[in-house]
Unconditional design. Structure first.
Length: 550
């Protein structure tokens, strides 16, 4: 008897990690040869749920180890209250729920939001990952998006010409703990725009078109020298996550061997418990060496693979690449090539990172950072500080931005010579770096001007360390001036407004005699004289909007 499934085929499109160039997952797309089943599925939740089950079974027949992305309409979830048959299909395919991401797509109009959120909660409790699909070109309400708390947000490429919107979505993703992916990328310019806006993942015809066979290799354009992903206090580990090869903790050595020999790209296997938490890590080379030795197969094949594994190395999803390097550095030197498991807040594995990916990316970032250092002090310039200011504003964190310079520096150079002036600048820079504590950032923006971004509680010791020191150049005594603006959450919108608040404080500090320090608060008039003497008058807080930080 004829069935609509007779003409239904599935295609696979890779989801690409923009940092590593590797395939992070496969989206399974229904491709009916006749009829318009997808339009019907939008109206028929039972049919849509059936398509999701068939998609998983189609992937199982291809024997791919990559994580899967399965499409489901929002209305389907709200109507069915979850996807129980899908969970059964995943289990029958030998996959784990956290290897499957549910791409929830529009339309959202007329979908009962409470019912949808309950279904999302049920899927997440089963272990599935959640993706909000079609954002930017669909009708997903922003409030619903935040209530869903997705693990992944898929942004339509049509939004790339509006970089402010894409970067705002990246900031929202950071707050939600989600990754940002861009769909429909067709050109290298679009790819560069996605990277510049901070997207970690992407998919589209540029990398690989949908195909009946899962793609093993994809094309990823090289990054332009000026294109750098949006950093935080170091690149997030999520930018480097690769799919993990997972097996149950009870797997035998023969099962691990079969997986490794059939998948040469897999560098190791993680053995996980029933909740997806790593319990042992099996390194490819060490494991196969043990199995290939004399009597190795006879000794180990039927024994638990855990006997040939090591304790897993793990980091949290909120870790930075530098923290991963710390984990590698303090361990056994013989395990430096081991994958590091990335785990969520429940300890469940969401993927692995490879040391080679981190070293390559961090080396590139160091080269770019070195190019922006001041040649005299080897301190970063204003761009590094203003970027960090904007990140703290976006994170809703209080901060103190300070400007420091040498009083009458031209007279110092004229009287003591430029060599003595240069040595004084280097000494001030070293003193600021030495006094920096916590998350304090020091920048040299040229001449005798420095910027300091600090937590408010570090201001007093920092000011004392530089203002109380007996400075001199060529035997001539020298004093410094310091101006600080305190910025509580919500007081400024970006680094330009913070600079505008700092400008009158700088003028007030320079009008005082001796070592001086003037402190003001963003959005409030007047200032407080902490050091110095004279007749400085109070200045309005943020009356000016444009001055730069120099």
């Amino acid at each position: 008897m004829y069935s609509w499934t007779d003409t239904l085929r599935f295609a696979f499109q890779p989801v690409v990690n923009l940092a590593t160039g590797g395939v992070a997952g496969l989206e399974i797309l229904a491709r009916p040869e006749t009829g318009d089943i997808l339009t019907e599925a939008r109206r028929n939740p039972e049919l849509d749920g059936r398509l999701a089950v068939l998609a998983v079974r189609a992937a199982a027949r291809k024997e791919t180890l990559l994580p899967l992305h399965v499409n489901v309409f929002a209305g389907t979830l709200a109507d069915l209250g979850g996807l129980t048959p899908l969970h059964a299909a995943v289990r029958e395919a030998g996959r784990l729920p956290w290897e499957v991401t549910i791409d929830i797509g529009p339309p959202y109009i007329h979908v009962p939001q409470h019912a949808l959120l309950e279904a999302v909660s049920a899927l997440r409790a089963q272990g599935f990952r959640i993706s909000a699909d079609g954002v930017g070109d669909g009708d997903v309400p922003l409030r619903l998006l935040t209530d869903m708390g997705p693990d992944l947000v898929k942004l339509d490429a049509s939004l790339l010409p509006r970089p402010a919107a894409v970067k705002a979505m990246r900031t929202l993703c950071e707050q939600l703990g989600a990754l940002l992916s861009v769909e429909g990328v067709e050109t290298e310019l679009q790819c560069a725009a996605a990277v510049s806006a901070g997207a970690q993942l992407a998919q589209g015809e540029l990398f690989a078109p949908p195909a009946r066979l899962p793609a093993a290799d994809v094309y990823v354009p090289p990054r332009s020298p000026g294109v750098v992903a949006v950093p935080r206090s170091g690149p997030s580990v999520l930018e480097f996550v690769r799919p993990a090869a997972l097996l149950p903790a009870t797997a035998s050595a023969a099962q691990v061997r079969a997986l490794l020999t059939g998948s040469p790209e897999v560098s190791g296997v993680l053995l996980v418990d029933a909740h997806g938490r790593p319990v042992r890590s099996v390194h490819r080379s060490r494991f196969l060496l043990s199995m290939s030795g004399r009597y190795g197969h006879a000794l180990y094949a039927d024994r638990p693979a855990a006997k040939l594994g090591d304790p897993p190395r793990t980091v949290g999803v909120d870790a930075t690449a530098w923290e991963v390097l710390d984990v590698v550095a303090v361990g056994d030197r013989g395990r430096t090539s081991d994958d590091v498991a990335v785990v969520d807040r429940t300890g469940r594995c969401v993927g692995v990172v490879r040391l080679a990916d981190l070293v390559r990316a961090l080396a590139e970032s160091r080269v770019e950072e070195a190019a922006g250092l001041n040649p005299l002090t080897r301190l970063p310039g204003s761009d590094a500080i203003t970027g960090e200011v904007d990140r703290r504003i976006a994170d809703g964190r209080p901060f103190a931005l300070s400007w420091l310079d040498v009083d009458h520096f031209k007279q110092v150079n004229d009287g003591a010579g430029f060599a003595a002036g240069d040595e004084l600048i280097r000494s001030v820079g070293r003193a600021l770096q030495h006094a920096a504590s916590g998350n304090t950032r020091v920048g040299h923006i040229g001449g005798d001007d420095f910027l300091v971004l600090a937590e408010p509680e570090w201001l007093d010791p920092l000011a004392a360390s530089v203002l109380d020191a007996p400075w001199s150049a060529g035997g001539r005594p020298v004093t410094l001036s310091l101006a600080t603006v305190l910025c509580p959450p919500g007081s400024v919108t970006d680094h330009r407004q913070a600079a505008a608040c700092l400008a009158p404080l700088k003028k007030a500090a320079k009008s005082l005699h001796g070592a001086s320090w003037v402190l003001g608060r963003a959005g409030l008039p007047g200032h407080e004289i902490r050091r110095g003497s004279g007749t400085a008058t109070a200045q309005a807080g943020c009356a000016v909007a444009e001055p730069g930080l120099g």
